[in-house]
Design a protein around this ligand. Structure first.
Ligand SMILES: Nc1nc2c(c(=O)[nH]1)N(C=O)[C@@H](CNc1ccc(C(=O)N[C@@H](CCC(=O)O)C(=O)O)cc1)CN2
Ligand SMILES: Nc1ncnc2c1ncn2[C@@H]1O[C@H](COP(=O)(O)OP(=O)(O)OP(=O)(O)O)[C@@H](O)[C@H]1O
Length: 183
């Protein structure tokens, strides 16, 4: 079931035009940058969008402009691990595993120091459980993560059921075009 759902929502997302992605991402970014949890966070981990995910480059600029610490994951494919690294300028990103932009340098930050994390997903259920690409990267990373976990997606990616497993971690908030949903 998970695989069917995954394929279905990846396909729907792939149908979005670039203009549509940007338009929707700007709406979502506006919710974020006015949100008290964002304003009160000092170190924030985001992701580099690929395959029509919600675009985060506007958010990255805002984090740097506000003088906050900007963090991206570095993907270690052999261990299904994400290493959080600090990025001081957007042009410090380079293509890594799966062609996703990631930090060039290993300026690793302790997970405990991250206040807020934005997490992409293929779909989320209404309780905040997430369906990803099926490799468990974020499930492993979030297992002992103590900061605020925020799932980012388009409205149509919020579904009734993602057929969650035991290891699946619940988001604290979901953000989409409609606004911020506390879970
Ligand atoms: N922007 C973004 N960054 C992210 C994630 C994400 O979902 N979005 N991830 C969230 O976990 C991790 C990467 N996870 C991924 C897992 C599988 C595939 C993938 O292409 N899998 C192939 C099949 C397997 C393979 O090639 O080895 C596929 O889907 O066809 C891509 C990314 C870390 N960084
Ligand atoms: N905390 C964990 N420790 C060890 N293995 C895990 C953990 N979390 C998930 N896994 C394993 O990873 C695989 C993928 O899990 P799942 O289908 O939940 O991935 P996903 O959340 O869709 O993917 P991703 O996080 O990469 O986007 C499963 O085989 C699962 O057993």
């Amino acid at each position: 079931m998970k695989n069917i759902l995954r394929k279905k929502y990846i396909n729907i997302r792939n149908e979005l035009s670039k203009e549509e992605v940007i338009k929707r991402s700007i709406v979502i970014t506006k919710h974020i940058i006015n949100w008290d949890k964002f304003l009160n966070s000092n170190s924030i981990m985001i992701y580099s969008a690929f395959r029509n995910e919600v675009e985060t480059s506007f958010l990255a600029e805002e984090i740097l402009k506000e003088g906050k610490v900007l963090i991206y994951p570095k993907t270690i494919k052999s261990q299904f691990k994400l290493i959080p690294c600090i990025v001081n300028k957007i042009d410090e990103l380079t293509k890594g595993e799966y062609g996703i932009l990631e930090p060039k340098q290993f300026e690793v930050i302790d997970k405990k120091q991250i206040d807020l994390i934005f997490i992409p997903g293929v779909a989320f259920d209404k309780n905040g459980y997430r369906l990803g690409y099926g490799a468990g990267y974020y499930d492993r990373f979030l297992e002992d993560f103590k900061g605020i976990k925020v799932g980012i997606c388009y409205d149509f990616q919020i579904v009734d059921d993602v057929y969650k497993d035991e290891h699946d971690i619940k988001m604290d908030y979901l953000i989409c075009e409609e606004g911020i949903l506390k879970l």
